[in-house]
Design a binder for this molecule. Structure first.
Ligand code: NCN
Ligand code: DMD
Length: 335
């Protein structure tokens, strides 16, 4: 038997010896097993978590694909720093630390000491007409992300984003990577009405036609965003550092898709926090074999779904570390 087979057998035995009918903790058992594998331990510590919110702007916003104006990206960064956003409130309620990264917000650099400046450029190019970013920019974003993912001593890390028009970017990343039709993938984002949705669909069709088949790196360059590229790198870095990686909604999942295409090993560390209301999310989750923990009709981003899922991750690890076995507790096993 290989070491991995022995580890997996010991892990399953440990879960099955806990004081519960076999399988009775359902997906918490699968989650616990995944955490144990990521940590390489049958007693995984899962006490600390940090959320990183990556913010950036998108040239495609000029094509009128969002219900909100582009300046909201910048305004929301200031709202995060002022602790007024949903992500701040949820992070406080579940005991998660939060940091905000400027990956490429439009306009001048911020003068904000608590904001991490990892700017690649003040927004991507409009991918309707040209690649969103150069190869150098994509590489730089991935690399800065990897460094951020390896930072610190957190047991788990969560990733979320903020960027007006980034559902358009995520939709094209998914379309070019999975090959599913834009009709199935294109959604309302921040809340487009029917007319807005069909205009967005037409823009994305036109943008998709600009290129043929692409590999993952080319897809990122053609249609990505700086926050998405940096988040993909951060997922790779965190997975390499044996951290559980909590992935938020539609856009964060598109980053996970690219991260795993570029570096398949990082997939095993990824926990999909929730299923977003954004139309294409279920499609990407399916393609990645991901089973989201929550389904709360969220469509906010910022890491809000990841924050809400954190207590489940903690509970799953504590099932392994703290729960009594039949033998410990003197409880009879199945007849
Ligand atoms: O996380 C999600 O599933 C999600 C779904 C829809 C919208 N969002 C957020 O809304 C913004 C993008 O929407 P849009 O319509 O501007 O493309 C961006 O800031 C995301 O954080 C996020
Ligand atoms: C207000 C607002 C908050 C957000 N948080 C993440 N994406 C967002 C988009 C908007 C429009």
């Amino acid at each position: 038997m290989t070491d991995k087979t022995t580890f997996d057998a010991d892990l399953q035995r440990k879960i099955d010896m806990k004081t519960k009918p076999h399988g009775a903790l359902g997906r918490i058992e699968t989650l616990a097993a995944q955490i144990a594998r990521v940590k390489g331990s049958l007693m995984p510590k899962m006490q600390t978590c940090q959320l990183t919110i990556f913010a950036a702007d998108h040239g495609i916003a000029d094509a009128g694909v969002s219900a909100f104006p582009q300046e909201v990206t910048r305004q929301m960064v200031l709202n995060f720093l002022g602790k007024g956003a949903a992500a701040n409130v949820f992070a406080g309620s579940v005991g998660v630390d939060l940091r905000v990264v400027d990956a490429g917000v439009k306009g001048a650099p911020f003068d904000q000491p608590t904001l991490l400046d990892r700017r690649i450029a003040p927004g991507t190019s409009n991918f309707l007409h040209a690649p969103a970013m150069t190869e150098t920019q994509a590489d730089e974003a991935l690399q800065k992300g990897r460094e951020l993912g390896r930072d610190g001593t957190w047991d788990a890390v969560a990733f979320g984003e903020m960027g007006i028009a980034n559902t358009s970017s995520a939709t094209l990343l998914a379309h070019k990577t999975i090959g599913v039709d834009l009709d199935v993938l294109t959604g309302r984002g921040t809340g487009l009405d029917d007319a807005g949705l069909s205009a967005k669909h037409a823009v994305l069709q036109q943008a998709a036609k600009r290129t043929g088949q692409l590999n993952a790196k080319e897809t990122l360059m053609e249609y990505g965003g700086f926050e998405i590229a940096m988040m993909a790198g951060a997922m790779q870095g965190a997975a390499a550092a044996k951290r559980v990686v909590l992935v938020d909604g539609f856009i964060a999942t598109s980053a996970a898709l690219i991260a795993a295409k570029l570096e398949p090993d990082c997939r095993q560390a990824i926990v999909f926090a929730h299923k977003s209301q954004e139309r294409g999310h279920a499609v990407i989750l399916d393609a990645m074999g991901g089973e989201p923990l929550l389904d709360l009709d969220l469509r906010l981003g910022e890491g809000t779904g990841a924050l809400l899922a954190w207590p489940l991750v903690q509970a799953a690890a504590r099932m392994l570390t703290d729960m009594a076995s039949f033998e410990d507790a003197g409880v009879s096993g199945p007849a």
